[in-house]
Design a protein around this ligand. Structure first.
Ligand SMILES: [Zn+2]
Ligand SMILES: [Zn+2]
Length: 282
């Protein structure tokens, strides 16, 4: 099981509470090892690959997604019956757990496999994950659109299908699918806010008190908890919505078992592309 000691965390990850290393002593031999931060050559190259076209796509997707979410929320309220209150609570819990698991699955896939050189998905999907490891604080400089664009985009087909059902089904048919729609809606909400929770977990300065309270209560991803993922070689704690599933998945060796099987079948080493970017010097 890969649990990290305080010493490992300090040695193999970037001290985000001290991003300019003012309080750190840099030993000469460490200068040649992969380091982190906005000045890193790989981080600068990856950041420069965020294109105008990608930004336009993200802006449109956030607009479409929030319109569909608002529409479906009104329809869920309109069709709500008081005797269904416990389904809403159960759906919320299941939605959080599903979103946390999906965040881990997507994050693990993008971190561990593939490369930025792959056509289409390389630059659009894998690039931000590589950038995030070598410059974890870059996410704190991304605005709302760059932070949340991808997550809002993936919810569109599901919310569009729900909207279609609400608009075409009879009231009786809507009641039949109501519980599932409730779950899907709350899952969508948590998937949409996942990267925002992730951004907050990297924000060490100026967070409003209500957010740090949610982090302290572990309702959203806490900073100290997510720091464990950022210890090189980034092989654990992939869930980034609440992080509730990180310890249980680690205990059953969930990710390492899949990595072992994939490597045995394909011969691909997990996170080799990630390591190459970390070593990039110019
Ligand atoms: Zn990662
Ligand atoms: Zn992170």
């Amino acid at each position: 099981m890969v649990l990290k000691s305080e010493e490992e965390i300090i040695k193999y990850s970037m001290t985000e509470e001290d991003p300019n290393s003012n309080a750190q002593i840099v030993i000469a031999e460490e200068v040649s090892k992969p380091r982190w931060g906005p000045q890193h050559a790989g981080a600068q190259e990856l950041a420069s690959q965020y294109t105008k076209g990608k930004r336009i796509q993200e802006t449109i997707c956030i607009g479409v997604s929030t319109t569909l979410i608002a529409h479906n929320f009104i329809m869920l309220c309109w069709n709500f019956h008081l005797d269904k209150w416990y389904f809403v609570i159960a759906s919320a819990l299941l939605g959080i757990l599903s979103a946390d698991f999906m965040s881990g699955l997507v994050h693990w896939t993008a971190d561990s496999w593939g490369s930025v050189e792959l056509p289409i998905i390389g630059k659009a999907f894998i690039r931000p994950f590589r950038e995030h490891h070598i410059d974890p604080t870059s996410i704190t400089r991304h605005d709302f659109i760059e932070t949340n664009g991808d997550n809002f985009s993936v919810t569109i087909p599901f919310m569009a299908y729900s909207a279609y059902k609400f608009l075409t089904y009879s009231p009786e048919q809507i009641q039949e699918v109501y519980n599932f729609e409730c779950y899907l809606f709350l899952l969508t909400i948590f998937v949409s806010v996942t990267n925002q929770c992730h951004k907050w977990s990297h924000t060490y300065f100026g967070l409003p008190r209500w957010i740090t309270l949610l982090q302290d209560l572990h309702i959203v991803l806490p900073r100290k908890h997510h720091r464990i993922h950022h210890v090189a070689p980034h092989e654990t704690y992939f869930c980034i919505t609440t992080g509730w599933l990180n310890l249980p998945l680690e205990k059953i060796r969930f990710w390492s078992t899949f990595e072992y099987l994939i490597e045995a079948v394909t011969g691909c080493k997990p996170r080799s592309d990630d390591l190459n970017w970390a070593k990039k010097r110019s």
